[in-house]
Design a protein around this ligand. Sequence first.
Ligand SMILES: [Fe+2]
Length: 290
Amino acid sequence: MTTQNPPLVHGIFDPDTWTVTYVVYEKEGSPCAIIDSVLDYDPKSGRTRTNSADKVIDFVKQKNLRVEWILETHAHADHVTAAPYLKEKLGGKTAIGDHISTVQQVFKGIFNLEAAFKTDGSQFDHLLRDEESFSIGSLTGKTLFVPGHTPACVAYQIGDAVFVGDTMFMPDVGTARCDFPGGDAKTLYQSVGKILNLPAQTRLFMCHDYPPNNRPIAFETTVAEQRANNIHVHDGISEQEFIEMRTKRDATLEMPVLILPAVQINIRAGELPPAEVNGVSYVKIPLNAL
Ligand SMILES: [Fe+2]
């Protein structure tokens, strides 16, 4: 994997959800993968739009890329994936880590979803096992199972680049919360350790940025920078210290604005819930359940 050229990485930041969608490719005209796309969702009206996803489509067309994979690092709680829309417009196979079935089981219960809702991950075209390799043209990707934020999170290692999903954020932001159903701080610490044991110059690409102190948006760093400066997991922070910090901090965080609609749609690989007899699709709001 070290012999291939470093992949080209294009990040598109969505200011509404603080999410970065990545297009990863070898060169102009080559195959590509799209990681963690965004379907705009207005919680006030319940309306979806495709402005963010259209920016991804524009870039793919501009560089004459051929989409092979539409990847998710996890079932996001803060934005809805645009995977079905991108697949329809650009082709490619959707994929997520194979532990998504655990997340589907948990939320099928919480949302009391229809009996026909399958919890085997079959809504996605492919489920990636830990360490499973996949190709994007001449590039080779590898799936790294990094649970903790959710029990099904994966990161994608493509050449010298790792798309870390919701494990770490930029060094001055720290790490992802671990208080969603199935989340676990000890597990996240171990997953972060897996990433931080990669070579020092490995490029790390964040799924989000929440810049403090008016810092400009940034979403690329390295293993070396995280080990030196990450406020939650720099070298020397013990597992116990991390768990205490994370648990205390998570207790202060509100649920993300979009968690209820987002999870409900994302565990369906981005398809809206089946339309009711009037042709309208609904999301449910469980009261006093989260
Ligand atoms: Fe997340």
